[in-house]
Design a protein around this ligand. Structure first.
Ligand SMILES: [Zn+2]
Length: 439
């Protein structure tokens, strides 16, 4: 084929594809049936007061309108009557690990994941975790690193988006970044080279390169570890080992922000926590011991706080051991930090660290803990809906029941504002306009 005829053929093909694509879109739009969800109570994710007796009109992937149920549903619409149920936006967990399964010590703990399991086995299990999340009404996850499973999260996200497997919308970080001495696997003979659960860097040049690689291969966010080991310090404080320097972190943040993306920082306390803030982290993960200066800096910089409370209340070592004392201090310091951050008005976003917790447990288990620590139930719900959406640059698209948003809609049998634990029993789940669970 001559160059000219090749070009002509290419133009003709492009035109044909364009026409077909445009025609198909138009046809699908016109043919998309209208689904009407009738709800006894609606929590829209954004406003503070619930509304009684509402209709949510869904066409295709989107919410078309929200109306009072005193109006009759449009003729020809499929009505899903949820009776007295409370309808909410699909929930968002902003700190999960689909590629971890609770690391039961009896099953070989963390190390076996990296040392013995083929990647295919880990991916297969991650698909089950993703399904578990969707079943429980979590229609979006920010999954905060694959723990040695490389770029497995990027492929998992593709498989969900293309409809091969059910699962939530995923925001993925791929490998995560830490420094030498800053992440497992560890405690092996120095002569033995073992894989690491994160990409290890030393120096700003390597740090920037790691961020570039991960962004290039599909990371939606970058995750860095700013602290690693923790223990009870000389003065009874929660001490933690800092990992990256401010210079290393700044290289990562500068690179990532250049791509229009954000950086999540695992940070417990002390020097590492302050470096995370000085280096410009967008979200602080865990933040077990937030001192007053950290809180004021978070307010000033608009830093998000993803506390992940529940994971620190289980699997404590025996009380008379250093680890046991450390475990108890982590929980008690965390409670104080959460309460201070809440009072100060830090932007708190729902996150659990699922994967650190087995996926067989309820993902909604952090809600009762947040409420126990003084958060209003509606505030806790918004931390997992509209507020998380803002952090994820998805404001108005997810985490809200409003016209134009993706039709991610869940239902619970009664009023979660009276009993927040109801969110552990979601019995209707729609994602992207498709009913996954319930009627
Ligand atoms: Zn985590």
């Amino acid at each position: 084929m001559s160059r000219r005829s090749w070009r002509a053929a290419a133009v003709a093909l492009a035109a044909a594809v364009g026409l077909v694509a445009a025609g198909r879109t138009a046809q699908v739009r016109a043919a998309d049936p209208l689904i009407v969800i009738r709800a006894g109570r609606l929590i829209d994710g954004r406003t503070f007061a619930p509304r009684r007796d509402q209709l949510v009109l869904v066409r295709g992937r989107r919410i078309e309108a929200v109306r009072d149920a005193s109006e009759a549903p449009p003729a020809g619409a499929t009505v899903i009557d949820l009776g007295a149920a409370t309808v909410l936006p699909g929930l968002i967990d902003s700190h999960t690990h689909l590629f971890l399964q609770g690391e039961e010590p009896a099953e070989g703990g963390y190390d076996v994941q990296l040392l013995k399991y083929p990647l295919s086995f880990r991916v297969a299990r991650a698909t089950v975790s993703a399904r578990r999340a969707l079943e429980q009404g979590f229609t979006t996850l920010r999954d905060l690193e694959t723990e040695g499973a490389g770029y497995g999260d990027v492929g998992l996200k593709q498989a969900i988006e293309k409809g091969y497997i059910p699962g939530p919308r995923l925001f993925v970080v791929t490998r995560a970044i830490s420094t030498t001495g800053g992440y497992p696997l560890e405690d092996y003979a120095p002569e033995v080279e073992v894989p690491k659960g994160a990409q290890i860097v030393d120096g700003p040049v390597e740090a920037r390169k790691a961020a570039r690689e991960q962004l290039d291969h599909g990371a939606d966010w970058i995750k860095v570890y700013m602290t690693h080991r923790s223990w009870v310090g000389k003065n009874g404080e929660l001490a933690s080992q800092p990992t990256m320097t401010v210079e290393e972190l700044r290289a990562v943040v500068d690179e990532t922000h250049g791509w229009g993306k954000k950086v999540a920082c695992h940070a417990y306390s002390g020097t590492g926590l302050h470096r995370a803030l000085d280096g410009g982290c967008d979200s602080i993960e865990h933040g077990l011991d937030l001192d007053d200066s950290a809180i004021s800096q978070m307010l000033k910089q608009g830093t998000w706080y993803v506390p992940t409370l529940s994971v620190y209340y289980t699997d404590w070592a025996a009380p008379d051991t250093p680890d046991g004392q450390r475990d108890r201090l982590r929980a008690s310091a965390h409670e104080i930090s959460f309460k201070k951050a809440l009072k100060a008005g830090v932007k708190i976003v729902y996150g659990t660290d699922m994967g650190g917790i087995p996926w067989t447990e309820p993902i909604a288990q952090d809600f009762p803990r947040m409420v126990e620590f003084g958060m209003q139930p509606m505030d806790a719900i918004q931390s997992a809906t509209s507020r998380a959406a803002v952090m994820l640059d998805m404001e108005g698209k997810i985490g809200v029941i409003a016209p134009g948003a993706f039709a991610d809609v869940i239902g619970v049998s009664a009023d979660p504002l009276r009993d927040i634990k109801l969110l552990e029993n979601v019995d209707f789940v729609m994602k992207d306009g498709q009913v996954f669970r319930g009627k």
